[in-house]
Write a protein that binds this ligand. Structure first.
Ligand code: CIR
Length: 253
């Protein structure tokens, strides 16, 4: 069960953040509305929300997931791979110190974004991407192993972040798209399969009794419901425009 989440309001500078998409510039007011709905959905899931104010200096800092990797026993402050985002960790570390006694760090030349890390029970899967390099992935593997967890490194072929294409829902269920549909590392899991056109919905999050999914992806939602999951659908258009998904907007622990 998750007890806490950390979120951060997008600042006005959000519309000037990083993106590889061609979906247009986000509408700031709509982004604020969608963020507020996200926070309400998390509250419905029964978690206590630590809500950080916007920081205009870092346009992408609403995507707090990239700044840390959290387990019940320890936190890891990452070393985000894009230079414009790297110093977002400075603001996150004191917040996490309020919750954790054991804090590890990913150090340069290693880089790692939290979006590249998927926790499956006692096992962390660590993607190597344009943001997370081999050194950063190896550092995180060593850290989790020192804390009695398993670590597996997964070089990505296409996805932006590992969790762009895969989610874990507990009870051996994963949601998988693209390169993860027949990836040998995830062959033993039960799968909710996501088609190429619905790929954005592979980034969904299990928060206690609910799976939060982006709205507009009926096939994914239907499969989730058929597998016994209660779902909450959220409009995510303004975050999708900046390559952000549901997992990116919070740290859950
Ligand atoms: C970025 O390029 O860093 C942001 N525009 C999107 C980050 C998405 N984060 C995530 O998937 N964990």
């Amino acid at each position: 069960m998750f007890k806490h989440v950390i979120v951060k309001t997008p600042g006005r500078s959000y519309v000037n953040g990083l993106t590889t998409s061609d979906l247009g510039t986000p509408n700031y007011d709509k982004a604020l509305e969608q963020h507020a709905a996200y926070v309400e959905a998390l509250k419905k899931c029964g978690v206590e929300v630590t809500h950080l104010p916007a920081n205009e200096e870092f346009p992408d800092s609403t995507f707090v997931e990239d700044t840390a990797v959290l387990a019940p026993e320890f936190a890891v402050i990452t070393n985000p791979g894009d230079v414009t985002r790297n110093k977002e960790i400075i603001e996150m570390e004191p917040i996490l110190k309020g919750f954790y006694q054991t804090i590890h760090h990913i150090n340069s030349p290693g880089t790692l974004d939290g979006g590249d890390v998927l926790q499956v029970d006692d096992h962390f899967y660590i993607g190597i991407s344009d943001r997370t390099n081999e050194d950063g992935a190896r550092q995180l593997k060593r850290i989790v192993e020192s804390e009695n967890y398993k670590g597996t490194i997964v070089p990505l072929k296409e996805f932006f972040h590992l969790k762009t294409g895969i989610a874990y829902l507990g009870n051996e269920w994963i949601v998988a798209a693209g390169e993860f549909l027949d990836h040998p590392g995830f062959a033993s899991f039960k799968k909710i399969t996501v088609s190429a056109e619905d790929e954005y919905s592979a980034n969904c999050i299990l928060v206690n009794d609910y799976v939060i999914v982006p709205s507009g992806y009926e096939q994914t939602t239907r499969q989730l419901n058929d597998a016994g999951y209660k779902t909450i659908e959220l409009e995510m258009s303004e975050f999708r425009k900046q390559d952000g998904g549901l997992s990116c907007l919070s740290l859950r622990f």
